[in-house]
Design a protein around this ligand. Structure first.
Ligand SMILES: C[S@@+](CC[C@H](N)C(=O)[O-])C[C@H]1O[C@@H](n2cnc3c(N)ncnc32)[C@H](O)[C@@H]1O
Length: 220
């Protein structure tokens, strides 16, 4: 069931929807509805992107296009929706061709995808169906592809344990009804538990209604 829901949810990212995303989400909703300005999440990209970076759910690629990512970085994309990866790759075309994997984060990644020093999952998990125990499978799948000492980082809009303003409540109701979001039960404690099952050094800061997080994989 969650696999079909995941596929249905990611289909919303058609080319016309992606064309409005930077204005509606990156510029307006993040500050006004979710109260977590995009520059905070961009700062996390600037701090944590490593030499080999996998971006899961890149959307329009706004963060990758605006972050200070050195030219030599091995940048790869993974998404259930090819439109997102096409738009991101086109935006980053000055970097040459970018490997893109059309995969569901709820499934194990093929071993050939390899290991990364950083994996970005910004605004992915509020789109993934299930409870933290169910969607947390994605952390297990991604941890397999994090090099020793590597970092997974991102942000996710919470539905529980935070105070949504009027605009946020309206968008939460609409997006959850349409199956774009699946986050009514997502709280920061559940996120911490799911991350700690798979990683070390978990850090979560709740800004507005958004959990901004990072987690490392120590050398084993
Ligand atoms: C809300 S957008 C996030 C865009 C961007 N990272 C940001 O921070 O604004 C969510 C992205 O995750 C992708 N996605 C949703 N569910 C997925 C899944 N189960 N596996 C892989 N990608 C998924 C969508 O297709 C979309 O590109």
């Amino acid at each position: 069931m969650t696999h079909n829901d995941a596929r249905r949810g990611s289909r919303i990212y058609s080319k016309p929807v992606l064309a409005t995303y930077d204005t509606l989400v990156v510029r307006l909703s993040n500050s006004l509805a979710w109260r977590c300005p995009s520059r905070l999440m961009l700062a996390q990209y600037n701090r944590l992107v490593g030499d080999r970076h996998l971006d899961v759910g890149p959307g329009t690629g706004w963060y990758l296009a605006h972050a200070d990512i050195p030219r030599g970085t091995d940048l790869r994309l993974m998404d259930l929706n090819a439109n997102s990866m096409e738009m991101t790759a086109a935006r980053l075309s000055a970097r040459g061709s970018i490997a893109a994997y059309e995969l569901n984060v709820l499934d194990p990644l093929p071993p050939a995808v390899g290991k990364f020093d950083s994996i970005g999952v910004n605004y992915l998990f509020h789109c993934v169906p299930g409870t933290w125990a169910e969607k947390g499978i994605a952390f297990t799948n991604l941890a397999e592809h994090l090099a020793d000492g590597g970092v997974l980082f991102g942000a996710t809009i919470l539905g529980h344990g935070v105070r949504h303003n009027l605009g946020g409540r309206g968008l939460m109701a609409l997006y959850n009804r349409l199956g774009i979001f699946h986050n009514w039960r997502d709280d920061a404690e559940g996120l911490r538990t799911a991350l700690e099952l798979n990683f070390d050094d978990v850090d979560i800061e709740v800004v507005g209604t958004v959990a901004v997080f990072s987690a490392r994989r120590r050398s084993r």
